[in-house]
Design a protein around this ligand. Structure first.
Ligand code: AP5
Ligand code: MG
Length: 210
């Protein structure tokens, strides 16, 4: 299956992508995680990406589209994948079509801006595998240690209150229009993303018929 997980910043895309991956045995492709890895490695692309991410803006379409194309061409994507955080604009959605990628479903996690602000302040992430936790709502088994790979958790630099507000603004103006693009194609499945993590996972599985 090829699935798009759509939703605002902090809607729970990364958290739910992890549950869907375990169930279906396909990889999750998070453009946000790939961008953060490049920034951490200090590659020339990473230096360029940082100018945008630290302000809460989108990285230019041309750069992200190329990156995504390379990633989904890898052998682990041969039997399907989950796209977390891509597409994030109409040109990115059109680029997927131009690549000949057939999407089975677009799951949109619907979460209020107020809830998103609460989630972002408590988020902690694994710098190694990208797994997301929340100090209160979804804590790791051992304090500040990743359940999956044992790495010490960190706070993301774009989770500051003012950057979160800018990311929300960018989501509503540039990313949300892509939802209508998939609604017209009959691929959109809206899921209420306001409950607890397990309840939302169950709603997503139901929406996907898995
Ligand atoms: P990206 O990393 O994709 O950031 P984002 O879309 O802002 O989304 P987040 O990763 O912040 O949130 P999430 O939805 O994954 O939520 P999570 O599961 O962590 O992108 C970062 C930046 O990279 C962008 O700003 C942009 O600059 C650039 N970029 C990336 N892709 C791009 C693209 N395609 N084009 C251009 N630029 C691009 O959950 C959030 C928190 O809530 C966690 O603490 C979690 O534990 C908690 N939580 C999750 N579910 C629940 C629940 N049900 N109840 C309570 N708490 C919950
Ligand atoms: Mg994420």
């Amino acid at each position: 299956m090829r699935i798009i997980l759509f939703g605002g910043p902090g809607a729970g895309k990364g958290t739910q992508a992890s549950a869907i991956c375990s169930k279906l045995g396909i990889p999750s492709v998070s453009t946000g995680n790939i961008i953060r890895e490049a920034i951490a490695a200090g590659t020339p692309a990473g230096v360029e990406f940082k100018k945008y991410t630290e302000k809460g803006e989108l990285v230019p379409d041309s750069l992200v589209i190329e990156m995504l194309k390379d990633r989904i061409a890898r052998p682990d994507c041969a039997n399907g994948y989950i796209l977390d955080g891509f597409p994030r604009s109409i040109p990115q959605a059109e680029a997927l079509d131009e690549m000949g990628v057939e999407i089975d479903a677009v799951v949109s996690l619907e979460v209020s801006d107020e809830e998103i602000e609460k989630r972002m302040t408590g988020r902690r992430v694994c710098p190694k595998c990208g797994e997301s936790y929340h100090l209160v709502f979804n804590p790791p088994k051992t304090e500040m240690i990743c359940d999956k790979c044992g790495e010490a958790l960190i706070q993301r630099s774009d989770d500051k209150a003012e950057t979160v507000r800018e990311r929300l603004r960018v989501y509503h103006s540039q990313t949300e229009p892509a939802k209508a693009y998939y609604e017209k194609k009959g691929k959109l499945r809206k899921v209420d993303g306001n409950g607890n993590v397990e309840a939302i996972t169950a709603l997503i599985f139901k929406a996907l018929g898995i």
